[in-house]
Structures are given as C-alpha cells and as structure tokens.
Design a protein around this ligand. Sequence first.
Ligand code: HEC
Length: 134
Amino acid sequence: MITMMRTILASTALLLLAGGGTLVTGCGGDAAKKPAADPAVVAEAKQVWESRCVTCHGPQGMGNGTNAKSLKTKPRSFKDGAWQKETTDERIKQVMIEGGGAVGLSVEMAANPDLKDKPAVVDELVAMVRSFAS
Ligand code: HEC
C-alpha cells in the first residue's frame, strides 16, 4: 500500500513537472522554438542596421532612408505584408550577405560579406526585417 502511494505521489510530481514545463514553453510563444537571442548579438544586429541599412531602408524599414532618393531602384517597404509572406528568410539572408545582384535585384543593395561569418547576427537582422511587417 505504501509503495503504491509512493508511486502515485511520484507520478503526480512528474505530471506537475511536465505541466510546469509546458506552461513555461507555452508562455514563450515563438521564443520557445529557439533559445532567446544573446543580448550582445541583438545589440550588434541593431548597430549594423543603424549604421549600414537605415540610410537607404529608413529606421522603420519603409524604404525612405535619407539616401533612398538618390537610388535608381527604391527599396520596398518591409511593412508590405504580401512581400513578407512570399519571401523566405534564406533569400533575405542571401541579399544581405551577397547583395541584391546575387538574386537578380538591384546592385545598389550592396553585399555585406563580413556578415557571412556571423550567422547569429544575420538571423537577428532577419528578425528585425520581419518585425517591420504591419
Ligand atoms: C545603398 C542603399 C542600401 C543600403 C545601405 C542597404 N540596402 Fe537593402 N536594398 C537596397 C535597394 C535599392 C533594394 C531593392 C533592390 C531591388 O528591389 O531591386 C534593397 C533590398 C533589400 C532587401 C531585399 C528586399 C526584397 O525586395 O526582396 C533586403 C532584405 C535588404 N535590402 C536588407 C538590407 C540590410 C539588412 C541592409 C544593411 C545591412 C541593407 N539592406 C542596406 C538599398 C540598400
């Protein structure tokens, strides 16, 4: 009898643990799929965005940076929901690292070859581009 009680108690504890775990990941939403981004990586991605991308793409990715007027091809607004849906993270990464020319877009979108060795920063930049969707 005591053994049975112990087993029941133990399995209740396990169930509680499992339940707790589910709750924690449940609250994380998307973050549950991958570990939270390293703050240093997030800071570096922000710094890259602000120093290299905003001039053309604008602070909110609307394609209205101070330099955009002088471009032959205007960058699209990253708020464009249809584009957000149809494009892939892989393509966004390729454009960022290899430049627009690599995927048949304007070469005014320059390559950033140094980002090739920083996949975590690139992932975070993709997340930033995705976050502009309205
Ligand atoms: C000199 C201006 C300029 C800078 C700086 C620049 N871009 Fe671009 N970018 C463009 C232009 C122009 C296009 C659109 C090319 C086209 O549609 O043919 C583009 C396109 C893109 C696209 C693809 C959008 C699509 O239509 O599929 C992404 C993603 C992107 N840029 C991200 C970035 C990021 C991230 C940075 C900073 C690392 C950056 N760009 C820096 C001008 C720039």
